[in-house]
Write a protein that binds this ligand. Structure first.
Ligand SMILES: C[S@@+](CC[C@H](N)C(=O)[O-])C[C@H]1O[C@@H](n2cnc3c(N)ncnc32)[C@H](O)[C@@H]1O
Length: 262
């Protein structure tokens, strides 16, 4: 049996939650939380993708997967199999009101129905051949094979154990790993804990654990056999899908494998 998900046939836009803004044939421009249109090269460190095996970690609505495919990559999209495996900062509201703030809170609990629907609708309308694997970021199976380019976009800060996840992800990387995230701009190899009891209760304060510094990421990737080759900071548009966008600076670090993974 294949480890990849059977495609969902999605044709109703109203069942979709778009994380990425996208242009879809027959539908037009669909708003999302992040508008990375025209910014793919910055977000992915200008890495060449023709004939590359590309792994998209935390694909969400799949914008990065579909853009990589347009550039000639053979794409595997990854997302988590179950929201129950997402760990949240254990603020009081998370501990006492899991139905509202816990990992499986919300109308599309369990498997992120709306987010997955957005991926599969875009997949079909774009005629994508990308395969999608739902699993555990801390334990990516060897059956996925190895990848020339592994994209780790804005997921590490959401993970209780980002270094455990990087260890699992790096084992699948035979070429270049790209990490784009809201990094801590200091010269030390440190992580800042994002939790703070003084932040007002909100729908999002519990979903961000860390800001890692580029030096920490660089040093840890070296331990995993990858050498950093580029670093850049760029601005991107984000905000509520139906509201005005703000600008956020994200760092992009690329590293190449210099020692065998195993
Ligand atoms: C903030 S979005 C980033 C989307 C995309 N990678 C990008 O850079 O635009 C984080 C993604 O990571 C996924 N994810 C996978 N495993 C996760 C976990 N254990 N905890 C939190 N998010 C996880 C989420 O489902 C979501 O698709």
């Amino acid at each position: 049996m294949s480890i990849y998900a059977a495609p969902r046939h999605v044709d109703d836009l109203s069942t979709c939650t778009f994380y990425h803004a996208m242009d879809l044939p027959g539908v037009g421009s669909v708003p999302g939380n992040w508008d990375l249109r025209g910014r793919f090269e910055d977000y992915t460190a200008n890495v060449a993708l023709a004939r590359a095996r590309f792994l998209d970690i935390g694909t969400a609505s799949g914008f990065l997967s579909f853009e990589a495919e347009k550039r000639g990559a053979e794409v595997v999209s990854f997302d988590s199999a179950s929201r129950a495996s997402h760990h949240h900062v254990p603020y009081r509201e998370v501990r006492t009101d899991p139905a509202t703030y816990g990992a499986t809170a919300g109308a599309d609990n369990d498997d992120y129905t709306g987010l997955r629907n957005s991926y599969w609708l875009a997949h079909r309308l774009l005629g994508s051949r990308a395969r999608c694997f739902y699993g555990n970021v801390y334990d990516l199976p060897a059956e996925l094979g190895e990848f020339d380019v592994v994209m780790v976009g804005q997921i590490l800060g959401h993970l209780r154990d980002p270094l455990g996840a990087l260890t699992s992800i790096a084992a699948r990387c035979r070429g270049t790993m790209i990490i784009t995230d809201n990094m801590l701009q200091v010269e030390q190899p440190v992580a800042a804990f994002s939790g703070n009891i003084n932040q007002p209760v909100s729908p999002i304060r519990h979903v961000v654990w860390w800001q890692l510094s580029p030096v920490l990421i660089r040093n840890f990737l070296q331990i995993l056999g990858l050498e950093s080759v580029s670093f850049a900071i760029n601005q991107y548009a984000f905000g509520p899908p139906d509201g005005p966008k703000n600008v956020m600076a994200l760092s992009t670090l690329a590293a190449v494998r210099t020692e065998p993974a195993a």
